[in-house]
Structure formats: C-alpha cells, structure tokens
Design a protein around this ligand. Structure first.
Ligand code: COA
Length: 184
C-alpha cells in the first residue's frame, strides 16, 4: 500500500542519502546537494516555509521516496512538482504511479491549487513517461535550461490543470485501488 505522510525531523538523514544517490541526483535540477549543510538548510526550509510542502512517499509503512511542491504562496495558485523514489527496491513497482495520484489529489484538494507544473530533464524517459501517462501535458521545451555538472541540459515543461485532473482522477484512483496500491 502506498501513502503520503508529512515529513518528520528524522527524515533528514535518509533524504540526504537518497538525494546523493546517482540515480536520483542525475535527474535533479533544483538543488545543490553537494554538502551536508546545504542539505540541512534545504530540509529546514522544506519543513517550515509555507511556500513549500513535502511528503514522504511510504510503501508498506516504510519510507520509499519524496514528493515536494514549491511556490505554494504565490498569487497564481500553482506549484512546481518534484519527486523521486529513493529506495531502489521500491522502483518499478507502481510507487511512483500511486504517489502521483495521491500527490495530485492533495495539490488540487486540500491545497486548492489551480495548476501543477514540472521541469523534467529532456532525457529522463522514466519521469516523462509516467507523468504524461498520469495526465501531465507537455507545455514546452527549453534548450540548455539547466546546468548539470557544468553542462547545459534541455528541459521539458509539463503541466496539469485542476479541471484536467478532476476528469482523470476517478479512473486513475480506481486502477490503483484495483491493483492494491492505494486504499479505497
Ligand atoms: C520517475 C520515478 C519517480 C518513477 O517511480 P517508479 O516507482 O519507479 O515508477 P512506477 O513503478 O510507478 O512506474 C510507472 C511507469 O513508469 C515506467 N518506468 C519506470 N521506470 C522506468 C524507466 N527507467 N524507464 C522507462 N520507463 C520507466 C514503468 O514501466 C511504468 O509504466 P507502466 O505503468 O506502463 O508499466 C522513479 O523512477 C525515480 O525516482 N527516478 C529518479 C528520480 C527522477 O527522475 N525524478 C523525477 C525528476 S522530475
């Protein structure tokens, strides 16, 4: 069963480890995780700043990954989506698929957002496939938009609007419930 839970202070250490893992770090464009201090500052901000919200993705009651939304306090009621499944053994088992549905439900439900968007590295096939399969649309392609280890990399912009998610959500939830991935 996949669930989202609020972050706890103890999560800092595990998140530091996950964010440093090559399979995760290679796709992250938003943060410098080169040092412990930078990570601590990031975690403190994630836990306290109302502009950000983070959830631990839990699989069978154990931490499996992280989902964050940033930009929550802005005028436009939109937020940027970022996520990873940090536990290697949890990848490829539907955790990402379930976390997306749970996360979009929170974004458009409790948080009352109008839009969720994401910047995904153009060669991140896994993220592009799973996010577009859940309803994110490609909205743009930005050449050399981020520097990764000093090299410019292209980025795909993805977005989903509240109305779009409301139309897609019942079927998406139903599939996950039928697969035993989320609670009914
Ligand atoms: C992207 C990510 C969150 C997906 O989570 P996951 O739990 O492994 O994904 P799921 O098991 O739910 O798989 C969902 C779909 O993606 C596909 N997929 C998963 N990994 C894939 C890969 N490496 N290449 C291509 N497709 C992949 C699965 O086949 C599945 O498709 P299907 O439903 O048609 O079978 C995870 O792979 C990850 O953390 N990647 C590294 C960090 C990252 O890229 N984050 C996104 C930055 S924007």
């Amino acid at each position: 069963m996949i669930e989202l839970r609020d972050l706890a202070p103890d999560d800092e250490e595990l998140l530091y480890r996950w964010r440093g893992e090559p399979e995760v770090a290679r796709w992250m464009s938003d943060a410098d995780v080169s040092g412990r201090e930078a990570h601590r500052a990031w975690f403190t901000q994630l836990s306290n700043d109302p502009d950000l919200r983070g959830w631990m993705i839990q699989r069978s009651g154990r931490p499996a990954g992280l989902l964050t939304l940033t930009g929550l306090s802005g005028h436009h009621r939109r937020a940027a989506w970022n996520w990873f499944v940090g536990d290697r053994e949890a990848r490829g088992r539907g955790v990402g698929r379930a976390a997306q549905v749970l996360g979009l439900d929170r974004a458009f439900g409790d948080l009352g957002l109008h839009k969720v968007w994401a910047e995904v590295m153009a060669d991140n096939d896994a993220a592009l496939k799973i996010q577009t399969a859940t309803g994110f649309r490609r909205e743009g392609y930005l050449l050399g938009h981020v520097l990764k280890d000093g090299a410019p990399r292209d980025v795909v912009l993805l977005g989903i609007l509240r109305d779009e998610w409301q139309a897609l959500a019942p079927a998406a939830r139903g599939q996950l419930v039928a697969a035993g991935l989320i609670a009914a």
